[in-house]
Design a protein around this ligand. Sequence first.
Ligand code: FMN
Ligand code: SF4
Length: 448
Amino acid sequence: MQAFDMKRKYMYNFSSYEELSYVCRTNNWDIALSKDTSVLSEKRPVIKTRSGQVELSCPITIHPMEGFDGLEDGTPSELTKRRWLRFSGSGASLIWSEAISVVPEGRTNDHQLMITEDNLDVYKELISEMKKNSDAPVIAQLTHSGRMSKNSATKTPLFITRNLEYERVRPGDKDVEPVSDEYLSSLPEKYAEAAKLAVKAGFDGVDIKACHGYLLGESLSAYNREGIYGGSYINRTRLYRECFDAVVSAVPDNIIIGARFGLSDMIKYPYGFGVTKDEIPQPDFTEPVKLLKECVEKGLGVIDMTMGSPYFNSYINRPANMGPYVFVEHPLAGVARLENAGYVVKQAIPELCLIGTGYSYLKEQAIYAAAGLLNENRADCVGFGRMAFAYEGFANDMKNGFMDKNKSCISCGKCTEIMRAGGTTGCPIRDQQIYLPIYRKLCMHKED
Ligand SMILES: Cc1cc2nc3c(=O)[nH]c(=O)nc-3n(C[C@H](O)[C@H](O)[C@H](O)COP(=O)(O)O)c2cc1C
Ligand code: SF4
């Protein structure tokens, strides 16, 4: 077994398929690997809509990747446009847009995107530019940042329930009251309005996001909240179901209905969704699968699966090689957990198109894991986040059977560091001209 030291930063160099395969095998990390990568250009997954289906050109997709570079009114800036156009020119078959807030007070910060009647034309123009690069469907991720809202429209975070686990890392939340039922019941309409605007702008799909500790994700674990939005399964899923239904009724039948969906928060009960009641929580997919099945019946066609929270246990959500965190497990154990969670759901709901996640950690060896995942039908698509920041044209290269190690993401966590510092983020390693000065200033406190 290859030894690893929890106190050290992980700097494994999987320089070949054989090395990666050996380390996974000897540590019992169940990650499917395949040397035959032809599936990456051959498989053409299908997403069901209420009136038919959308066929993707290949199984490689782009995860939502936020740059926090919108203008103050939520309009995409030149940097936002640059990122989205790079994504649409990457060779990926589906672009899942970054978080777009449905209300001003629900923005992570004043640079998070927000779609309104006033800026609709800018989104329209951007989508139409993207379509010149490829016919990849573009999905609008609709969100309310809830506890993570920090913007000029609200003085306090907007959360659903007291959460002692989050309060350990966000002590300021202790002094704030959860939002009212009245406020929550106003949101389905806001989601529907944003969805209608997204369709007008030319998005091919909408995502009713439920993950990462943001409002709708958090509502699913509101075990301790009193009233109609807390306690029982029916109450905890009420807000999500209401927003979901409102969006579905607001958009035409041929629009893709998607969800960025957290299959397990991996936060101790009663503060996390999809977990066992053990002291050290394990995933329990009973409720997530139940909710997803209900949504599939109402039109959900695709999930971009995820787990954990970038604010609480980011190693679950995005296994990394380095970072300012205490590592509690080997990142490959994290990749295996994500893959196996997706596989459980894929087997439980085969008709739902499932996008796998967490593969940027594998750097240029990700091509073998992507091919393995798809060859073993553990997911329908493989999504990439950090890799898409770092490696322009990565999907085209993957389809041609190779990845350039000098262009790959090295999973160093610097893009996440900038995000946590509240800055405009991207890849300071591979896209240095723009993002290295930002990293140096915000995270290293150095002026160039
Ligand atoms: C800088 C940064 C921004 C992100 N923005 C979003 C976002 O807007 N919405 C979302 O659902 N996930 C977001 N994510 C999570 C990614 O979509 C993805 O789940 C994660 O990076 C793991 O995939 P990867 O290993 O390919 O990077 C973000 C991640 C990073 C590092
Ligand atoms: S900063 Fe660049 S290389 Fe590092 S994790 Fe982010 S995308 Fe990957």
